[in-house]
Structures are given as structure tokens and as C-alpha cells.
Design a protein around this ligand. Structure first.
Ligand SMILES: Nc1ncnc2c1ncn2[C@@H]1O[C@H](COP(=O)(O)OP(=O)(O)O)[C@@H](O)[C@H]1O
Ligand SMILES: [Mg+2]
Length: 642
């Protein structure tokens, strides 16, 4: 049972073949293997360039299938353009002049149609594949970037914003990158068709083109109106999604205040606004589409009028009239789409800016050049005159903070809510970098170690334990996915979770709901403790990790914890006397630094603040554990005090 014995934490699996040489110093680079295929290319980092040029490397990474698609599309369309001309020849020679056979033309036409069909299929298939590969790459590039970003970034951005950027914005950029070139190919073929028309009869070709500018103009007008509405739809969809999301996640609050009706009204209002924008969109489309679709008929009428007159006067073969009408129909689509790419371009430009905004942001907490891996950690922790603030204009949370925890020692950190206890834990694992001073681990600044190896050695159980929507077994094994079941069980036992897990319908295979809602707060905390214990880190930080566990259960966990903390540097952040009693030494924190250091008995005797903080902690505990704690601004909704 490895859990009860110290061993280097979970880095072993990540070593690749090169790691077979004996490490001659505690600092040996560990090559980690990438877990999934990296995108072939990223965006151009040069911010001076236009958005399109910055996106080019991603498109070029797929240039083979993309160019194949465009070439085939061109070939298919050129084949199609032959058909009206062929029709004209067929009518001329086989029907009017009886110089050729009709079947000859029919065969050629069928072959052309089949060939154009095949080219059309392959080009469309490759075009869509290019589109989705670009989308896949963009999504991976953004996701990889997000995983690299540091905590300060996540403190600032809204997750809803990130998700929308990772979805709709990627879509609109991807659409433009692939469809704009394809539409341009179609337009170039339209020019070829027009050249054919000119070769048959110049004045008639010009007359036939009269409606085309109107088609283009109407297309632009339509998109101009639809464009703002489509943004509105996007925004309102997001509003509705947010309300639904909050109602599901916050269902306990909603129900405890009996606020269902109010929430329904809020949702109905948002849904109403969404519906209005959808109807508006349909209205605009309904107004324009018939005119755009029927303009070619005007072209046909003009051809019939002028071409008919020419034919009557023997200046145009009848057959040319037939081919002209086919060309006109063929020409309209590209011009309609030309208006579309202008709009798509504007939208893609806006979307790309939002994506680049994320990608251009650099992580602040990164491995410094020449950073080494922390191996065989002894667990000697020192904070040396550490100053820290979360943001430039925030006040100092730590102000000349000094702390020493010797290897194997267990220390309790006590202080008022908001005095910076969790911040100390976060700095130790380098979630943030210090503003001044330094955090030292085993005689080296934590910034000298690679972040992965540092975090592999510092196990933190956070006070707000987040569980994934997977089985309890997988939740516990999160930090060590290949762990044996025996080890998982041992970790659960040590955290006091084994007993209640076994009583669940599927035991360790029970899937916990989003945020582990099917479990109580105390149960979630115990799973979170087991998750960290399994990794078996040489340094253990329990950040209010037992606050929601009731005192009796906690006492039974203590036995196991005592064994586990042996030989391991442990920092316990706690407000409960029973938890504090696990520690060899108690540190009292106030005003951003340690103000008292000693055993519990010493502090309670000599430091009045210590007694106050403990009393406050016990009071909060009483509220928490009797379940009387109502959400902020509690009381009867709309009732007293409003
Ligand atoms: N991510 C953050 N961004 C800005 N300020 C923060 C952040 N986290 C905590 N703070 C502030 O830092 C102070 C210390 O917080 P914290 O270390 O969580 O306190 P404790 O754990 O002692 O209750 C508080 O005033 C809190 O408002
Ligand atoms: Mg805290």
C-alpha cells in the first residue's frame, strides 16, 4: 500500500525513454509527453498584421486539401459552363440544320454532368473537411492556450465569455476562411460564363447582365439589415442560456426563497426578446428573398425581348436564346454570394479580434528559462519577507510575511476570515508569484522549479472542493489516473470517505453530479482529501479542508491524518480547535504577517486575538453545521429590512 509510505509523487508515468540515465543531481529535466495531437500551426504572433494574415498559417497547414477542393470546384464549374454552349450547338446542328445527331450531344451532356457532379462532390467534401479541420485547430489552439494561462487571468475573465469565444467566434472565422475563397472561385467562373455570352453576342450579353448589379445590391442591403439582427440573436441566446444555467445551478437558492415564479418571469422576458429578434430576422429575409430570387426572371424577360427581336430579324440563331437563359440563371448565385462574403468578412474580423485577445494574452506564471524539476523534495518551506497583492491597484494581502516550516513539521495557520491564509497556500504552489520577497522550498526559490514538478510535490486540498461529473473512483484518482483500486480505497479510508462511499448505490462507481451535488459538503471535502492523499505529496496543505465535516467524523479522520502527516510537511489552515490540535505549532496571522507563533496552550494564554479568532471560528462552525446558514442577504425574500 503505497499511500502510507513516502515516494516521489506522480511524475514517474510521465518520464519517457530518455529518462533511463541515472539522475546525478536532484535537478533532472523530465520530458513529458504531450497528451493529444498539437495543432499543426498557430496564429501569427505579429500583432501589426491584419487579422487575415495572422490566421494564414492555420489555413496553410491544410493547403493540400484546400487547394484540391478549390481546383476541383473550378473544374466542376467550368464543366457546367459548357452545358449551355453544348445545348446551343445541339439545337443548331441536330434540330435546325440536321447536320449532326442528337444522341451524340446527349451523351456528351450526360458525361459532362456526371464529371461535374463528381468534381462537385469531391470539392465540397474537401471544403467541409478543411473547414472542420481549421475549426478543430482553432479550438485546440485556444484550449491549449487557456490551459497555459495563470490564475490572475481566470480571476479577471468570465467563463461564459470564454465559452462563447471558443464556439461561435471560431465558427464565424472558420466559415470565412474556407467559404470566401470558394465563393471567389465561383465568381471567377461566372466571368468565364460571361465571356462565353460575349462571344455569342455582345449587345445581348450586356442586356442580359442588367439585373445583376441589382441582385448584388439587394444582397448587400439584405445582409446589412440582417447583420445587426444576427448579433442581437447571438447576444440574446447567451442571455437565455445564462438564465437557464443559473436556474439549474442555483436551483437550491431559487427554491429556498420560493422564487420560481419570479425566475420564470425573468426567463420569459429574455425568451420574448429572443423571439422578437428571430421574427425580425425572418421578416427581413422574407422581404428580400423573393426579389433577389425573381430578379433573374427579369433578365430572362429582357433576353427574350431583345434576343427575340434579334432572332426575328435573323441576327441571332434561335439556339443562342436557349443557352443565354441558362447562363443567366447560372450567373446570379455568385453575385448574391459576393454580397455575403463582405458581411461574413466583417463578422469574421470582429470574431477574430475577440479570439486574438485571448491568444495574445501571455501567461504570467511560467517556468523560467533553465528551471529544474523538484525531485526528492524534503519539504523545507520558507517565506522570506513576502509581499503580495492580487492586482496592481489592490491592497497588499501579505506584507513582509515570514514563515518557516521545517521538514516533516505540522503547522496550523490561524487568522480572521480574509486575512490571507489561503493566499499563503496559493503562493506556495505558485498559483501566483510574489510581489516582493521570495518563497523558498528546499533552499531554492519556488520560481527556480518547473511548475509541474512543484505542484506535483505540493498537494493542496482546497476549501471549495470541485468534483468532476465522473465516478467517485475517477474523482479520487484524478491526480494519479493509473492508480490501483487498493490505493484509491486506502486514500478514501484515510480521508474517512470509504464508509459512506460503500453505502452509495454503485459504491466507488457512483457518478457524482455536476459539482458533486448529490454529495453533502462534508462528503465532497472527504473525497477531495482522498484525491490529494492518493498523490501522496511530500508537502500537504489542508485549506479549511474539513470545515464542512462534522466534528465526530473529523475526529475519526484525525487518526488516519496523524499517521499520514508523519514525515510530511503539513500546513493546516483551520479555525476549529479540534483541527488545530493536529498541529505541533500554531501560527496566528493578522495584517498580512505572522503575529504569534507557539503551541496552542501558549497562545491562548498570552495572545487575546487568538482567543477571539477561535471564538469567531466556533461561532461560524455552529452556523454552518446546523444548516442555518442562509445565502447572503438572507431572510424572507422581499420581507423585512428591504
Ligand atoms: N483572486 C483574488 N483576487 C483578488 N483578491 C483576492 C483574491 N482572492 C482573495 N482575495 C483577497 O485577498 C484577501 C485574502 O484572501 P484569502 O487568502 O482567501 O483569505 P482567507 O483564506 O484568510 O480567508 C481577501 O481580502 C480577499 O478579498
Ligand atoms: Mg481561505
Amino acid at each position: 500500500m503505497t499511500i502510507l509510505s513516502r515516494r516521489p509523487p506522480g511524475l514517474g508515468d510521465e518520464r519517457n525513454g530518455e529518462g533511463s540515465e541515472e539522475p546525478h543531481s536532484p535537478f533532472e529535466p523530465i520530458a513529458t509527453t504531450a497528451r493529444y495531437r498539437e495543432p499543426k500551426s498557430g496564429i501569427d504572433p505579429d500583432r501589426e498584421k491584419t487579422w487575415l494574415r495572422r490566421a494564414m498559417p492555420i489555413v496553410l497547414a491544410h493547403k493540400k486539401i484546400f487547394i484540391t477542393s478549390l481546383v476541383l470546384s473550378f473544374v466542376g464549374l467550368i464543366l457546367q459552363v459548357q452545358i449551355p454552349k453544348l445545348l446551343q450547338d445541339a439545337i443548331e446542328s441536330a434540330i435546325v440544320k440536321h447536320t449532326g445527331t442528337l444522341s451524340h450531344y446527349i451523351w456528351i451532356m450526360l458525361i459532362l454532368a456526371v464529371a461535374a457532379g463528381i468534381a462537385g462532390y469531391v470539392s465540397r467534401y474537401f471544403l467541409m473537411r478543411t473547414a472542420y479541420e481549421i475549426e478543430f485547430d482553432l479550438r485546440n489552439i485556444i484550449y491549449m492556450h487557456l490551459t497555459k494561462m495563470s490564475f490572475p487571468f481566470y480571476d479577471r475573465v468570465q467563463s461564459g465569455q470564454l465559452i462563447s469565444r471558443a464556439n461561435s467566434d471560431i465558427r464565424s472565422v472558420q466559415m470565412y476562411l474556407t467559404f470566401a475563397p470558394s465563393i471567389l472561385v465561383q465568381c471567377s467562373v461566372a466571368l468565364v460564363a460571361f465571356a462565353y455570352m460575349l462571344s455569342i453576342n455582345v449587345p445581348l450579353a450586356l442586356v442580359a447582365m442588367i439585373p445583376t448589379p441589382f441582385v448584388y445590391f439587394l444582397g448587400v442591403q439584405m445582409r446589412k439589415r440582417i447583420f445587426p439582427v444576427s448579433w442581437l440573436i447571438q447576444a440574446r441566446l447567451a442571455d437565455v442560456a445564462t438564465i437557464v444555467d443559473e436556474n439549474i445551478n442555483g436551483v437550491r437558492v431559487v427554491k429556498s426563497f420560493a422564487a420560481e415564479q419570479r425566475e420564470l418571469t425573468t426567463l420569459a422576458k429574455a425568451a420574448d426578446r429572443l423571439q422578437w429578434s428571430y421574427v425580425k430576422d425572418a421578416d427581413i429575409r422574407a422581404r428580400f428573398t423573393p426579389s433577389v430570387q425573381n430578379l433573374p426572371q427579369i433578365g430572362l424577360a429582357l433576353v427574350l425581348l431583345f434576343g427575340g427581336w434579334l432572332a426575328l430579324h435573323g441576327k441571332l440563331p434561335i439556339a443562342a436564346l436557349a443557352s443565354f437563359s441558362l447562363y443567366i440563371v447560372m450567373l446570379q448565385a455568385p453575385f448574391q454570394m459576393l454580397g455575403m462574403i463582405i458581411m461574413m468578412g466583417q463578422r469574421a474580423a470582429a470574431s477574430s479580434q475577440r479570439i486574438y485577445e485571448i491568444l495574445d494574452e501571455q501567461p504570467t506564471v511560467v517556468d523560467r528559462p533553465g528551471a529544474v524539476d523538484l525531485l526528492q523534495c524534503r519539504g523545507d518551506v520558507r517565506f522570506e519577507s513576502v509581499d503580495f497583492k492580487y492586482a496592481e491597484d489592490n491592497p497588499l494581502v501579505l506584507d513582509g510575511f515570514d514563515l518557516r516550516i521545517r521538514p516533516g513539521e505540522t503547522v496550523a495557520l490561524v487568522g480572521r476570515t480574509g486575512c490571507g491564509k489561503s493566499t499563503v497556500a496559493r503562493l506556495l504552489a505558485r498559483f501566483y508569484d510574489v510581489t516582493g520577497g521570495r518563497v523558498v522550498l528546499d533552499d531554492h526559490d519556488v520560481r527556480d522549479y518547473t511548475i509541474t514538478s512543484l505542484r506535483g510535490n505540493v498537494g493542496i486540498v482546497l476549501d471549495e472542493p470541485f468534483l468532476f461529473s465522473v465516478s467517485i473512483r475517477d474523482n479520487i484518482a484524478y491526480g494519479l489516473p493509473n492508480a490501483d483500486f487498493a490505493d484509491i480505497e486506502a486514500a478514501a479510508k484515510a480521508a474517512g470517505a470509504d464508509e459512506f462511499v460503500r453505502e452509495l448505490p454503485d459504491g466507488y462507481d457512483t457518478v457524482v453530479g455536476e459539482r458533486g451535488y448529490t454529495l453533502s459538503g462534508g462528503q465532497r471535502q472527504r473525497i477531495a482529501i482522498a484525491r490529494t492523499l492518493l498523490v501522496n505529496p511530500p508537502i500537504l496543505v489542508l485549506d479549511d479542508a474539513t470545515s464542512a465535516i462534522d466534528v465526530q467524523v473529523e475526529l475519526t479522520i484525525h487518526g488516519a491524518l496523524r499517521t499520514l502527516m508523519e514525515g510530511r510537511t503539513t500546513l493546516i489552515i483551520a479555525h476549529r480547535l479540534s483541527t488545530i490540535s493536529l498541529a505541533d505549532r500554531v501560527l496566528l496571522m493578522d495584517g498580512g504577517r505572522i503575529v504569534a507563533d507557539g503551541t496552542h496552550a501558549e497562545l491562548i494564554e498570552t495572545v487575546p486575538l487568538y482567543g477571539e479568532v477561535l471564538a469567531q471560528g466556533e461561532k461560524e462552525d455552529a452556523v454552518r453545521l446546523t444548516g442555518d446558514d442562509l445565502p447572503e442577504g438572507g431572510g424572507v425574500p422581499g420581507g423585512l429590512g428591504r
